[in-house]
Design a protein around this ligand. Structure first.
Ligand SMILES: *Cc1c(COP(=O)(O)O)cnc(C)c1O
Length: 425
């Protein structure tokens, strides 16, 4: 679809909503303008194709389909069955998985399903500490995972800021956990799933590898896959995979029944069939050479952006990046992550504040910002733009002067105008 066709598509969509609901239509229009004009560097965000969007906005949202293809608790499931079978088969092909459940509404639900299928309340679970890159659902005290299980957190090494596999092995030997959870939300390096699986199996533990962030790289073979060596692999579908918001669980055939029961009726009721159809569309896209090329550019862009920022004197957690994201460490006496996020936001550059390993600031303030390249790469930006973006970030972070931030915002808008997203507002 070309830019003119895109413009017509969105104008039509917003008009249809606007006919009965001008207030919501105005919010849709304003958000599209924000996405068009801003520089999206949040590592967990991306821009889906029009085909994915169209499937999301389809009549499949009308259908109740509790159960699984061929075994629904409601009549009239023959066409949603087609969509779910396509999604399952394409996901299996994409990741080489023995069994896939595409129904989890989100990454959090996918993880909850694995816990439900494997653990009893009070069981010991090893999870990577949130401030060292893990996720809330890996055992944070405020999350159901932390409230339900006895969580033993593992950390990164102080010197390298990479996962301390030796300490992880010691913890596994000492605690004999039911489950070891690995995978991260803010970890810029390759994760050695094979080593973690070996550690787990030595202690009689199972592994849940949560590849929510790195699923795209795993799918195209640009990050080692946990699928062959880990019992359970969970993911979101909306980050590097570039599909609709949602989750998915993959597992070995022997756990297929337990996982399906855990997702429904264990954790969820009716599946979101329009989202499952959109997952099928996104998986088909991810099976194309164009997607592999896209992921290659995401990685190249991250390396360039990281190196350019380092050349300007900025510190990166672990000294660089192997994936789609980097963690800029602002230092204990620099500006806080919160301040940096706000300031970059004023300049039209969207990032999120993040803690860094062994942070002395509270999580809500943080000493770092997380920066990712999936979304800007989806717009078509390449190494030249990464160099410009590094210079813009550097100017904003080094200046207390609001006029500088406003000037950078104008430059951001000029840059994004050259890479139109979903038709101009
Ligand atoms: C994003 C993320 C999730 C949660 O996904 P939601 O869809 O927001 O529930 C889970 N695990 C990791 C590692 C993530 O990065």
């Amino acid at each position: 679809m070309n830019q003119v066709e895109r413009k017509i598509y969105f104008a039509r969509q917003e008009d249809i909503v606007g006919t009965t609901d001008p207030e919501v239509a105005a919010a849709l229009r304003a958000e599209r303008r924000r996405e068009n004009e801003g520089l999206e560097l949040i590592a967990s965000e991306n821009f889906v194709s029009l085909a994915v969007l169209a499937a999301l906005g389809s009549v499949l949202t009308n259908k109740y389909a509790e159960g699984y293809p061929g075994k629904r608790y409601y009549g009239g499931g023959e066409f949603v069955d087609v969509a779910e079978e396509l999604a399952r088969n394409r996901a299996k092909q994409l990741f080489g998985a023995e069994h896939v459940n595409v129904q989890p509404h989100s990454g959090a639900q996918a993880n909850m399903s694995v816990y439900l299928a494997t653990c009893q309340p009070g069981d010991v679970v090893l999870g990577m500490d949130l401030s060292h890159g893990g996720h809330l659902t890996h055992g944070h005290p405020l999350n159901y995972s932390g409230k339900t299980f006895q969580i033993v957190p593992y950390l990164v090494r102080k010197d390298t800021e990479t996962i301390d596999y030796d300490a992880l092995r010691d913890l596994a030997r000492a605690h004999k956990p039911k489950l070891i959870v690995c995978g991260a939300s803010a970890y810029p390096r390759i994760i050695d799933f094979q080593t973690i699986a070996d550690i787990a199996h030595e202690s009689g533990s199972m592994v849940m590898a949560d590849i929510a962030h790195i699923a795209g790289m795993v799918a195209v073979g640009m990050h080692p896959s946990p699928v062959p060596c880990c019992e359970f692999v969970t993911t979101t579908t909306h980050k590097t995979l570039r599909g609709p918001r949602g989750g998915m669980v993959m597992c070995k055939a022997q756990f297929a029944e337990a996982i399906d029961k855990a997702v429904f009726p264990g954790v969820q009721g009716g599946p979101l069939m329009h989202v499952i159809a959109a997952k099928a569309v996104a998986f088909a896209e991810a099976l194309t050479p164009a997607y592999k090329d896209y992921i290659g550019r995401v990685l190249a862009n991250a390396r360039t952006l990281c190196a350019e920022l380092q050349a300007r004197g900025w510190n990166m957690v672990s000294g660089g990046t192997d994936n789609h994201l980097m963690l800029l460490n602002l230092g204990a006496d620099g500006i806080s992550g919160k301040k940096a996020e706000e300031r970059l936001g004023r300049a039209g550059i969207t990032v999120n504040k993040n803690t860094v390993p062994f942070d002395t600031r509270k999580p809500y303030i943080g000493s770092g910002v997380r920066i990712g390249t999936p979304a800007v790469t989806s717009r078509g930006m390449g190494p030249d733009e990464m160099k410009r973006i590094a210079a813009l970030i550097d100017r904003v972070l080094r200046s207390e002067d609001e006029a500088v931030w406003t000037q950078v915002k104008a430059e951001v808008e000029e840059l994004t105008r050259a890479f139109p997203l979903y038709g101009e507002a």
